[in-house]
Design a protein around this ligand. Structure first.
Ligand SMILES: C[S@@+](CC[C@H](N)C(=O)[O-])C[C@H]1O[C@@H](n2cnc3c(N)ncnc32)[C@H](O)[C@@H]1O
Length: 377
């Protein structure tokens, strides 16, 4: 097998450039940014490092092959020509999932079954077996993705999505994905020495992700990945990845991270989740109305995902909260404030035009990330 492989880190729409920066920070250059993904060439150690370290990516995949196909014959033959047996052992389990956009081969179930058959034939040939493949071993999830007749065949090395850090034991009604929370923080200029607040913390995702960033803790350190079970990825390589993560964590970095929520039970949920994340009592949690915010610090960061007020009765209430918040935070000109909301009236309610706005999706909800840069004082 080639020692260099093409790695694809998938990302939610709008987060691709953040994932690309993360990949570059891990030391990989020549990173191509595409819709919903970034791709780059590196060795297998990079797959391990990306799974452990990428904070805003959804999954890490390995590209097995790509080609044009407008007929099922072409799809079958070209899939079969790829070296599947180098990756998938005799007993490997390899479900095939698929998607097709603007392509002649639009039937996803048909594409999946053609790809499955082609891989079966190739594996039998490469491994020299005539009988049925047992599929009782480790998981090698194959994806066939067609876009404008271009086929991309990948293997998923992550397993469950990278947002599953393994710390979320409790959640509220509208939890933010951990990957998006990490992206929101990375879009600020916050430095771990500075105060950091989430005034609508819910189950604590934003403060927890801030603490992981602040102490340079690999977000995947406490979970497992399917590729840990892969035969051709050595356990030494995984050991190296985990040792590196342990070495780079800076547990001595002092933090001033605060999370508060109007609901007492959410504060308790945040505490549980922070504990599960291994952060102990590093974050300070409090039951509080957002507009009761007060600090004696002249600079700091507030990063929040307040309710959007989508239900009719809630709308008035949350709009009043936005107004009160705007009034209170006017007394903190040195603070930088970042709010993710779908409420298009946010700026007028808050009473100030944002320095910068960025369109982001929170799941399927179109939101804006309103960014107010603190004045230098
Ligand atoms: C969209 S959720 C935040 C979800 C959170 N980011 C997470 O990952 O779980 C909004 C939170 O704001 C809280 N909230 C609503 N009104 C509030 C207010 N006036 N002051 C403080 N918190 C409030 C709700 O209890 C809810 O937990």
């Amino acid at each position: 097998m080639n020692s260099y492989i093409t790695i694809i880190a998938t990302a939610a729409m709008g987060l691709e450039s953040i994932v690309a920066q993360e990949v570059k920070r891990l030391g990989y250059s020549e990173v191509n940014v595409e819709n919903g993904k970034v791709r780059f060439e590196a060795d297998i150690q990079a797959v391990i490092r990306c799974n452990l370290w990428l904070r805003s990516a959804d999954r890490v995949k390995i590209l097995i092959g790509e080609f044009e196909a407008t007929s099922y014959d072409e799809l079958f033959e070209q899939t079969k020509s790829l070296p599947w047996g180098d990756y998938i052992p005799e007993d490997g389990e390899f479900p095939v999932i698929g998607k097709s956009v603007k392509s002649k081969l639009y039937s996803v179930p048909d594409c999946q079954s053609i790809v499955k058959k082609a891989i079966v034939e190739k594996l039998k040939k490469q491994h020299g077996i005539a009988q049925w493949l047992p599929e009782t071993g480790s998981l090698y999830r194959v994806e066939v993705a067609l876009h404008k007749n271009k086929v991309e065949l990948t293997l998923d090395s992550s397993g469950s999505g990278l947002h599953k850090r393994g710390y979320r034991y409790q959640q509220g009604d509208a939890p933010l994905k951990e990957t998006l929370a990490a992206a929101l923080i990375q879009l600020t200029n916050w430095h771990p020495d500075q105060p950091f607040y989430d005034l609508f913390c819910g189950s604590g995702t934003i403060p927890i992700e801030a603490a992981l960033i602040g102490q340079n803790i690999a977000p995947g350190f406490n979970r497992s990945f399917v590729s840990e079970e892969w035969e051709w990825v050595s356990s030494e390589a995984w050991e190296r990845g985990l040792e590196e993560a342990e070495d780079l964590a800076n547990y001595d970095q002092p933090l001033a991270i605060y999370g508060s929520d109007i609901r007492h039970e959410m504060v308790e949920a945040s505490k549980t989740n922070a504990f599960e994340a291994g952060l102990g009592d590093l974050i300070q949690w409090k039951q509080m109305q957002a507009s009761d915010f007060a600090s004696d610090q002249s600079i700091g960061y507030i990063v929040s995902n307040p309710p959007y007020g989508e239900r009719l009765g809630d709308k008035k209430k949350i709009e009043e909260t936005y107004k009160q918040l705007g009034t209170v935070l006017r007394d903190y000109p040195g603070w930088s404030i970042y709010m993710l909301t779908a409420n298009e009236q946010f700026e007028s309610l808050f009473g100030q035009k944002a320095t910068k706005k960025r369109k982001l999706f929170n799941g399927f909800i179109k939101t804006d990330y309103y960014q107010y840069f603190g004045k230098r004082i």
